[in-house]
Design a protein around this ligand. Structure first.
Ligand code: UD1
Ligand code: MG
Length: 445
């Protein structure tokens, strides 16, 4: 087996993104696109990995760490970018696999396929076909079916642009040839850049054999603009929808449900329409997430129901058999098993025990403008509707908070705490106020 070194190109300016963030840090399903590529590369287990970054891309360096990075100071094109790895790979013999950081959805199988094909060839390019291929480089194939050159979209004739076989950017080159070919590159083209893709025609001229293999468009789409980011997001979401359904998760309206790359769903889970999973969510067996929920950083044990219209923010742990109802927001809190928080409630920085009932409109007042404080609600407590619990505060086991209370002091176990003003009744006061006497009121009936 030949040794394998991977070079990942990320240094381009990404001007078409029109964003200050380096292109490869833009997120797909909640994590930077480069991480998907790094996962595939890691699974390939190559002998060397070098990531080419731009000068102002500390964040990319940190993200790809511990992989080695090389800074491409001037950004003179993909061929120039590869040449910056030359010193690091000076003594390397084997296959150099070049990947683009903006083509992140390629899977391990296609990386293996191109390496297999390249074992006895100078260069192999991974191509794909599409009826709507936009600005990709086109693969020009000769009469014996071998790859002769790649023409960039900007330099292509109308006839060449009509070819529907395009360059994914993934190229495997034998190290023996790569640096010599790179030395011959020129920037005499419409973009004034050193195109890596020109190594094919140069190799061909030297009598070296180049070939291509084809793979699915969905793994090879490049991301150069926000519109292309959205297309790749859609492909990824569809993959996750499908794999969840294959695992037995019921998605009532799959295309309206958005997953994060790390969403974990158990057995017999039902997800209603229009549910969004942010990063860090796990849902246990037999749970139901009703329509229009937004969940992030939450772990939900089994047999619980969330929503409709619930929002779980980071650091939420929910036990078994819990009901979280409509217009309930929870953050940084633990809710133990059998508890019900069914309507219109905010629970923040709280520890809520088991079999607690939290009435509609309950607010844990966790923030005084300077710091956050803890609310503890012990097992079996009952919080009446429209209560404000001013943290720090502890509501004892089995106690009751009367509806409409503002609780500022701890409530001991088993007691009733109620702070609402006493009810007075002034007979006929309203009738006088509205200038109506009793007689006419009776007649109205
Ligand atoms: C490139 C290919 C094109 C192919 C397409 C596939 C070339 C000349 N063109 O076009 O044939 O169809 O990818 O997606 O190779 N980069 C650097 N330094 C640079 C320039 C670019 O590191 O100086 C990096 C970019 O960050 C990016 C990758 O190389 O990850 C490709 O560059 P990009 O500008 O996106 O090339 P495309 O126009 O997409
Ligand atoms: Mg690109």
């Amino acid at each position: 087996m030949k040794q394998v070194a991977v070079i990942i190109l990320t240094a381009g300016r990404g001007t078409r993104m029109k964003s200050a963030l380096p292109k490869v840090m833009h997120k797909l399903a909640g994590r930077p696109m480069i991480n998907y590529l790094l996962d595939s590369v890691k699974a390939l287990n190559p002998d060397r990995v070098i990531v080419i970054v731009g000068q102002d891309m500390e964040i990319v360096k940190t993200t790809v760490s511990p992989y080695e990075t090389v800074v491409q100071i001037e950004r003179l094109g993909t061929g120039h970018a590869v040449s910056t790895a030359r010193a690091s790979l000076a003594n390397f013999n084997g296959t150099i696999l070049i990947l683009h950081g903006d083509t992140p959805l390629i899977g391990l199988n296609n990386l293996k396929a191109i390496l297999d094909r390249s074992s006895d060839l100078a260069i192999v390019v991974l191509g794909f076909r599409s009826d709507n291929i936009g600005r990709y480089g086109r693969l020009l194939i000769n009469s014996s079916g071998k790859l002769e050159s790649i023409v960039e979209f900007n330099d292509a004739t109308d006839e060449q642009r009509a070819i529907n076989l395009c360059n994914s950017g993934v190229i495997a080159v034998d190290a023996i040839h790569l640096w010599k070919l790179i030395d011959k590159l020129s920037n005499n083209n419409s973009s004034g850049e050193f195109y890596l893709t020109d190594i094919i025609s140069l190799a061909h001229k030297d009598g070296l054999i180049c070939d291509f293999i084809e793979a699915s468009r969905d793994e090879l789409l490049g991301i150069n603009s926000m519109a292309e980011l959205a297309i790749s997001e859609n492909i990824l979401q569809n993959r996750m929808r499908l794999s969840n359904m294959e695992n037995g998760v019921m998605l009532i309206d799959p295309t309206s449900i958005y997953f994060s790359w790390d969403t974990q769903l158990g057995q017999n889970v039902i997800i209603g329409p229009n549910v969004v999973f942010g990063p860090g969510v796990s849902v246990g067996d037999n749970c139901k997430i009703e329509a229009f929920c937004h969940l992030e950083g939450a772990s939900i044990a089994s047999n619980s129901t969330i929503g409709p219209f619930a929002r779980l923010r980071p650091n939420v742990i929910i036990g078994n058999d819990v009901c979280i109802g409509n217009f309930v927001e929870i953050k940084n809190s633990t809710i133990e098993s059998g508890t019900k928080i069914n309507h219109l409630t905010y629970i923040g920085d709280s520890q809520v025990g088991s079999k607690v009932n939290i009435g509609a409109g309950t607010i844990t007042c966790n923030y005084n403008g300077l710091a956050k404080f803890l609310t503890k609600i012990d097992n079996g407590a009952f919080i009446g509707s429209n209560s404000s619990l001013i943290a720090p505060v502890k509501i004892g086991k089995g106690s009751i908070v009367g509806a409409g209370s503002v609780i500022t002091k701890d409530v001991s176990a088993g007691s009733l705490a109620i702070t609402r003003g006493e009810q007075k009744e002034l007979s006929d006061w309203a009738n006088h106020f509205f200038n109506i006497d009793k007689k006419s009121t009776k007649e109205d009936k």
